[in-house]
Design a protein around this ligand. Structure first.
Ligand SMILES: *Cc1c(COP(=O)(O)O)cnc(C)c1O
Length: 397
């Protein structure tokens, strides 16, 4: 396991051989405007483009189909994930729903059991109406995935670590099995980001992001990204992105790139802090459980270390009861108490009443989302201050 700043050599990507990931974050190809030398890509705040010569249409003709600012972002994420082509969408759900439009009525998908709530809702309440069917399985056990295969299965959809209990799925194993059965493999890589984990290098076909989280990093932009492994898949996603019109605007594309440049520094800082927080929580007698893939007793730790270069910046823990969770939420002074994660400021979420409130209590409990479970997304504050704040919030009075 490498520490922050000592990343393994990544793939060689589109930006030339030999560059390490931290360098690609800054020198991704469009960091300097080719026309003027400006130090960032201009914001092309336009809907359409003049045809100087009607017989030679311009490279860009309408911003839904292509916009130079969005294109720079799309090339950027493709370089970072080591894929063939990138796409930017108006939100993470927009990236996910557009990707699901690769499938047709009668198709079946195998999906991580504790998938993001919005993805669960999309599959069970919207795509189900279109006769696209999903089976949800605990992917920590490969046997469950194999058992879910049907003649009409078209894809396997993974999210690792899962949310909020941080279960780990072996992406290389499942992607290889999927390929044998002509299934597309798709990974939601929001929690790890390409800084720690690059699914395409492990054989996955499509990587998705809620860029609203760590990639944007400042709780100020809603965006989604997708990266296709191959040119042919890229063409299919491009057709859907243009056909559905689920694109990201130029301003937000620029803002997202601005955030992404500091991804490495932010992830490295937050991860070191997250490890300290997880260790601190793990030693306390008054915490029922701590979920963090870096803890020695985490059941997915070996797989995590095989497929990622870090453990991430999200720690979930069970304070024992709903009452105690509410006490902590009302007494903390530093973290934002909110939905979302992956920002410069720490964010404390209460899954039972926020992201997973619509799930029946029994289903929630089966999935480990108990009434005492809190999810801490560690930001850039000093970890000693964050721990002291949490300590006072945990005290009984
Ligand atoms: C937030 C999130 C999404 C949805 O992204 P939005 O940008 O909110 O639409 C999808 N997957 C994961 C893992 C997320 O955390």
């Amino acid at each position: 396991m490498s520490d922050a700043g000592q990343h393994q050599q990544g793939n060689e990507g589109q930006n030339g051989p030999g560059k390490k990931f931290d360098t690609k974050l800054i020198h991704f190809g469009n960091e300097v405007d080719a026309a003027t030398g400006a130090s960032s890509v201009p914001i092309y705040q336009v809907s359409t483009f003049h045809h100087h010569d009607i017989f030679n249409p311009p490279e860009y003709d309408y911003s839904r189909s292509g916009n130079p600012t969005r294109q720079a972002l799309e090339d950027y994420i493709a370089v970072l994930e080591g894929g063939e082509q990138g796409f930017a969408f108006s939100s993470g759900m927009s990236a996910i729903s557009t990707t699901f439009m690769l499938f047709s009525a009668g198709d079946h998908l195998i999906v991580t059991e504790d998938v993001y709530g919005g993805t669960y809702r999309l599959l069970t309440n919207i795509l189900s109406r279109l006769n696209i069917e999903a089976t949800f399985v605990d992917m920590t056990n490969f046997e469950n995935v194999k058992a879910a295969l049907k003649p009409n299965t078209k894809a396997v959809y993974m999210e690792t670590p899962s949310n909020p209990t941080l279960k780990i799925t072996d992406m290389a194993l499942i992607a290889a099995w999927g390929r044998e059965h002509d299934l597309l493999s798709i990974v939601d890589n929001t929690f790890m980001t390409p800084y720690y984990q690059r699914p395409i290098e492990l054989g996955v076909d499509i990587v998705l992001h809620s860029a609203t989280k760590f990639l944007g990093g400042h709780s100020d932009v809603l965006a989604g990204l997708a990266v296709a492994r191959s040119e042919s898949l890229g063409r299919r996603l491009k057709f859907l992105q243009n056909g559905l019109g689920t694109v990201l605007g130029a301003q937000d594309s620029w803002l997202l790139m601005r955030g992404m440049k500091t991804l490495g520094a932010r992830m490295a800082h937050s991860e070191i802090s997250a490890r300290k927080l997880a260790d601190w929580l793990n030693q306390r007698k008054d915490i029922d459980a701590v979920f963090y893939p870096g803890l020695p007793d985490h059941p997915g730790r070996d797989v995590q270390e095989k497929q990622s270069t870090g453990y991430g910046a999200v720690v979930s823990f069970d304070v024992g009861s709903g009452e105690r969770a509410k006490q902590v939420l009302s007494k903390v002074k530093l973290p934002l108490v909110a939905v979302s994660l992956g920002a410069v400021e720490s964010i404390l979420s209460y899954p039972a009443m926020m992201s997973h409130a619509s799930m029946p209590r029994e289903v929630r409990h089966e999935r480990g989302i108990t009434d005492g479970l809190l999810r801490f997304s560690v930001g850039l504050e000093d970890i000693d201050d964050l721990i002291a704040d949490l300590e006072q919030a945990l005290e009984n009075n």
